[in-house]
Design a protein around this ligand. Structure first.
Ligand code: GSH
Length: 215
């Protein structure tokens, strides 16, 4: 059985977990923390999570994992058969993961971990996010899902990462860049949260946070 390694606070871990749950693929969760220790680097070359353990070896990078799951379990329909629709879903995932979340990630040190960012870092992130959010808004349908009326695998990425972009910008700049640009991620997250897979991901994340909170 596939082993999903990481922890329930990680958005990329939760993206893969959401896909596994949503498409009914059996898996086991194995708690692994990020680190730069050789033992982990041998399994996940950057010491990041998530990675999966399969009969053939370890595989990291959430999107590579999702693509592997799609190829290994073709009857689960993670991506649709129509090449255009499948590509549009991949396009959205790239926007969420690369153009939004990865840029907002530079803000997490100050937003979530008590650190301080330089004005240069804040300025760079603001410039990029402003452009990338405008692009994302042109692409995503929010009808209520990213591709329109129907849930798609792109929503696994949107659900776990859009809140981080909104919350991090709100904390660092005092303005939620997504809401400000007219991307109502709160309404979107509510719609996706009706799915049992999303509910499980959220419940496990909350339980993880409660268990690791200082007493
Ligand atoms: N591109 C990677 C990103 C994974 C990632 O950034 N994971 C975070 C946790 S959410 C991590 O492991 N951070 C530790 C580090 O950067 O060393 C993916 O899609 O899986």
């Amino acid at each position: 059985m596939i082993k999903l390694c990481g922890f329930a606070l990680s958005n990329y871990y939760n993206k893969v977990k959401f896909v596994l749950l949503e498409y009914g693929i059996p898996f086991e969760e194995v708690p692994v923390m990020t680190s730069q220790e050789e033992a982990l680097l041998a399994r996940s070359p950057l010491g990041k999570v998530p990675f999966i353990q399969t009969e053939q070896g370890n595989l990291c990078e959430s999107q590579a994992i999702v693509e592997y799951l799609h190829a290994r379990f073709p009857d689960k329909g993670i991506f649709p058969a129509d090449p255009w629709e499948a590509a549009k879903q991949r396009e959205l995932i790239t926007f969420v993961d690369l153009h939004l979340e990865l840029v907002a990630r530079d803000l997490y040190k100050e937003a979530f971990f008590g650190g301080k960012l330089t004005d240069a870092t804040k300025g760079r992130a603001e410039k990029l996010l402003t452009r990338h959010i405008a692009g994302f808004k042109r692409l995503a349908k929010f009808g209520p899902f990213l591709r329109g009326e129907n849930f798609s695998v792109a929503d696994a990425a949107g659900f776990v990462s859009l809140p981080l972009v909104g919350i991090a910008t709100q904390i660092v700049y005092g303005r939620d860049f997504l809401l400000e640009a007219g991307v109502d991620w709160k309404r979107y997250v509510k719609a996706v949260a009706e799915r049992p897979a999303a509910q499980r991901v959220t419940a496990d994340r909350k339980a993880y946070m409660a268990a690791s909170a200082p007493r």
